[in-house]
Write a protein that binds this ligand. Structure first.
Ligand code: ADP
Length: 316
């Protein structure tokens, strides 16, 4: 395959995966730059976990080219693996270990892979603080709450200071406070040039975290762009709301600016609570996925989507 540039952390071309006769991925193409946060969205069974596991090197593929940090994951060695972070589900078998102790133990495996550019492992106390577990650093793992255990999972995933981090539903089981802290941590990691690929069902989370959102459905990418781009492309109409003489009005229009200008000319002083709103990511996403699930064939759904979206590239 073409040499990947220094700046490309993940490169996937025409990835296909079949389980028996069931084709789960039918030609997926995308790439991610260093420091980019890419969110994979899609309904259950869309192939998100399969895609992530192929990139992690935990699963083979049927066809296509895949490169993570310039290496084909099927041939990734220890040194390559040390540059990746994977957040797995809870470490239940390690219940008797204490938080700090386990992180120090696991971190030691990464020390030989420390480089000038990336020091490994993460300092244990700093790491424990970064995931909000300082108060529990000496607690046994079996004494942690569900949410604390998920924080520990995240700590284990990043103890080696990964250049690429894979997170499969990272905040499932987090309370709002833990979620906010986790989002701050993701931003911090991205600022330090970590590439992050995460799957989530939480559209609000996708909107907050993603530089780019990739929507998978029916085995292919049906949309790829920032949350804002996706909303703009999907919704030709914006919604204008206002209050006049104590009465609330709503109007859908393609040209909100012209409409508002006219409205203010006509009723200048009588208008209050003026709002202009585009479709939320959630509305956009539901619309997209419904198309694919509505009985339209995949091809037809993608074409229908394309008709509505200018400049949208869809990978076949
Ligand atoms: P997602 O993470 O988007 O929910 P998955 O990648 O887990 O989707 O699954 C995609 C499809 O592949 C599903 O239909 C699932 O049943 C199927 N699948 C996943 N793993 C296997 C497997 N090991 N053997 C057969 N089918 C599988």
């Amino acid at each position: 395959m073409a040499a990947t540039s220094e700046d490309t952390a993940i490169d996937v071309r025409d990835l296909r995966m079949r389980y028996g006769t069931n084709e789960v991925l039918s030609g997926v193409t995308f790439s991610a730059r260093r420091g980019e946060v890419v969110v994979l969205l899609g309904p259950n069974g869309a192939g998100k976990t399969t895609t992530v596991e192929i990139l992690e090197g935990f699963r083979g593929r049927s066809a296509g080219e895949v490169s993570v940090l310039g290496v084909d994951p099927t041939h990734g060695d220890e040194a390559w693996r040390a540059r990746l972070g994977v957040v797995l589900q809870s470490w239940r078998d390690h219940g008797k270990w204490r938080v700090r102790e386990l992180l120090r133990h696991l971190g030691a495996y990464y020390a030989p892979y420390s480089t000038e550019r990336t020091r490994r492992p993460w300092d244990v106390d700093e790491l424990v603080a970064a995931v909000g577990l300082s108060e529990h650093a000496d607690a046994k793992i079996m004494r942690l709450s569900g949410g604390q255990r998920r924080r520990l999972d995240v700590a284990i995933g990043i103890v080696g200071c990964p250049e690429v981090l894979f997170l499969d539903e990272p905040t499932a089981g987090f309370d709002p406070h833990a979620r906010r802290e986790f989002h701050d941590l993701v931003h911090r990691l991205a600022d330090e040039d970590t590439t992050i690929l995460l799957t989530t069902h939480d559209l609000d989370e996708a909107e907050k975290l993603a530089d780019r959102i990739i929507v998978l459905a029916g085995g292919r990418i049906i949309a790829d762009g920032s949350a804002d781009e996706l909303s703009r492309r999907m919704s030709t109409d914006a919604e204008v709301r206002w209050t006049r003489d104590g009465e609330r009005f709503v109007h859908a229009t393609q040209d909100a600016t012209a409409f508002v200008r006219d409205l203010l000319v006509r009723h200048d002083s009588g208008i209050s609570d003026l709002e202009v709103r585009r479709a939320s990511l959630e509305e956009t996403y539901m619309k997209l996925v419904q198309r694919v699930e509505s009985g339209l064939g995949d091809e037809e759904a993608v074409r229908a989507f394309l008709r509505e979206t200018a400049n949208q590239e869809v990978t076949r």
